[in-house]
Design a protein around this ligand. Sequence first.
Ligand SMILES: Nc1nc2c(ncn2[C@@H]2O[C@H](COP(=O)(O)OP(=O)(O)O)[C@@H](O)[C@H]2O)c(=O)[nH]1
Ligand SMILES: [Mg+2]
Length: 345
Amino acid sequence: MKVGIGGFSSSGKSTVFHWLTHVRPDPAASLRGQVGMARIPDERLEWLSSLFRPKKTTPATIEFLDTPGLLADERRDNPRRLAILRESGGLLVVLNGYSDGNPAAELRRFREELLFADLEIVVNRIHRLEDQLRKPRPAKQREADEQERALLRRVEQALEAGQPASQLGLKEDEEKAIRSFQLLTLKPELVLVNISERQIGAPLSPELLALAPNALAAPAKLELELEDLAPEERQAFMNDLGLTGSSRDAVLRAIFRSMGQIVFFTVGEDECRAWPLPRGADAVEGAGQIHTDLAKRFVRAEVVSFADFRRVGSMKEAKQHGVYRLEGKTYVVQDGDIMHILAST
Ligand SMILES: Nc1nc2c(ncn2[C@@H]2O[C@H](COP(=O)(O)OP(=O)(O)O)[C@@H](O)[C@H]2O)c(=O)[nH]1
Ligand SMILES: [Mg+2]
């Protein structure tokens, strides 16, 4: 999955990108967006790997896209600056918490920019549909256009009322019908406040939490700098600052979860692997992550939950204790499932 890093200029997006991906931001590249990967730390995968001792252990990853920031005073250019985020499956909104701004006000302004950029797209499309509807066309196409226009008008109304498209509760087919517009306000979002060392341990403001209940804070620049120190020196600094550890792992896991992703595991002597999957996906989609062919030839999935597996300690024991299941195509994969796909030859 690709997560776009958005926010206003100088909020610390490139610092956060560097901290999460360990890819050095390239100022020249950032106008077009720069890509970097992060592996999602998972203690369950480590545990499985220590048991199976495979040749290879492969965690789930997230691809991050660092983007140019929005301008607070030259707002006309912002829809163009936001366009680069449209291809992402979700947004990590970085707010400036290191200087004396108000992160809640900044988030409100950023969301307004998203609403505005989406509104522009929706209104343009409605106009185009209306042009089409004025011309003589086959009844079937007219009907499709009218349906799309009705749906887009609902989206337009929501956006104009300051509501993100995600709050409309669109049905699956409706969401599919407008997917190609890549609306920013339809994407999952996580807010990260980039704090300085002075704010470590301070709670986020109730004003911000009211807007973004899952918001996190991290001293990204400080933690990035600490990584360059020798271990003893780092420990001394951390003691001084009252830091118990890096928050990077927890932030990566929170981002993964907030983007609506889960993992299932495959295990064996060759490889133990965490496969990312959208929450709610079925066993066939899970098989498809491994290989499209495996999805086509899917027969059944052998499933043990991670918690059960850790308790009993082996596949054999799992079968004996009745925690091993055979599931069909429509089984909804659960986070932490250990799966083996049985396919026809
Ligand atoms: N003092 C301080 N400066 C920071 C912090 N985070 C970022 N900066 C600085 O603010 C400037 C903008 O950060 P950058 O990550 O490039 O922001 P971007 O425009 O959102 O990509 C850079 O000079 C950073 O070094 C922080 O937590 N404390
Ligand atoms: Mg930047």
